[in-house]
Write a protein that binds this ligand. Structure first.
Ligand code: 5RP
Length: 228
């Protein structure tokens, strides 16, 4: 089974197992979250009543295409669940997110959810985080200063580009992609990054994931619940 098939399998399984009638669901961003949204669209067609809160403008568009009623995050006190992809996830359920540039809204929505579910193909499960460059969202003003301060934490940095221009997040900010030789202490790094002036948020999701839906070596669905 290739990665695309695994994404479809875990995305659909998450929707089938966790999305229930009447729920307000945080809708993730990316190619795995796509399958959750698609399945939710089918569930709505079959008669379920669901509402969604999108983690990006791309997801807003997709959800509308699949007939999911969108509401503003400010209209709800909390979300029943949020389901999203990840770039890496380790055995402690710590994750790196933001490969698609949506980390800030993803984190706000994951924090607002009673249960935060990550859907991940097998390639996303890692022994230790850091092979995937860690995305950090920074404000455009003084971004080179901010980038230098981030580098002092021991990484190589790159400002994310798109079509030869600096990539802009949905919040009008820049992304600094940070390659560390390894991330020994994700919690400490999370703190250190967010203490830098100019950093809005970083892509480390620490103690946030409640459920990981992935596949095992036999290509079967595996559901793991975080101990908290
Ligand atoms: C977007 C994200 C995505 O969840 C992450 O990049 C995984 O994407 P995909 O499911 O396409 O592999 O964090 O900001």
């Amino acid at each position: 089974m290739d990665r695309q098939d695994q994404k479809a399998l875990v995305g659909e399984a998450a929707a089938i197992q966790y999305v229930k009638n009447g729920m307000t669901v945080g809708l993730g961003t990316g190619s795995t979250a796509f399958y959750v949204i698609k399945k939710m669209g089918e569930m709505i067609k079959a008669g379920m009543e669901l509402k969604g809160v999108a983690t990006s403008k791309a997801t807003e568009k997709l959800a509308s295409e699949y007939g999911i009623q969108l509401i503003d995050i400010n209209e709800v006190e909390e979300l029943d669940i949020a389901i999203d992809g990840a770039d890496e996830i380790d055995a402690n359920f710590f994750a790196i997110k933001g490969g698609g540039g949506a980390l800030l809204r993803e984190k706000i929505i994951a924090s607002a959810a009673k249960t935060f579910i990550v859907v991940a193909d097998g390639s996303k499960k890692v022994q230790s985080l850091g092979q995937f460059p860690l995305p950090v969202e920074v404000v455009p003003f003084g971004y080179k200063q901010t980038e230098r301060a981030i580098e002092k934490l021991g990484c190589k940095t790159e400002i994310r580009m798109k079509h030869e221009e600096i990539y802009l997040t949905d919040n009008g900010n820049y992304i600094v992609d940070c390659t560390f030789p390894s991330i020994e202490n994700p919690s400490q790094l999370h703190q250190s990054l967010n203490n830098i002036v100019g950093v809005v948020e970083n892509g480390l999701f620490i103690n946030m994931v409640d459920v990981l839906i992935s596949v095992n070596k036999q290509n079967e669905i595996s559901v793991a619940i975080a101990k908290k």
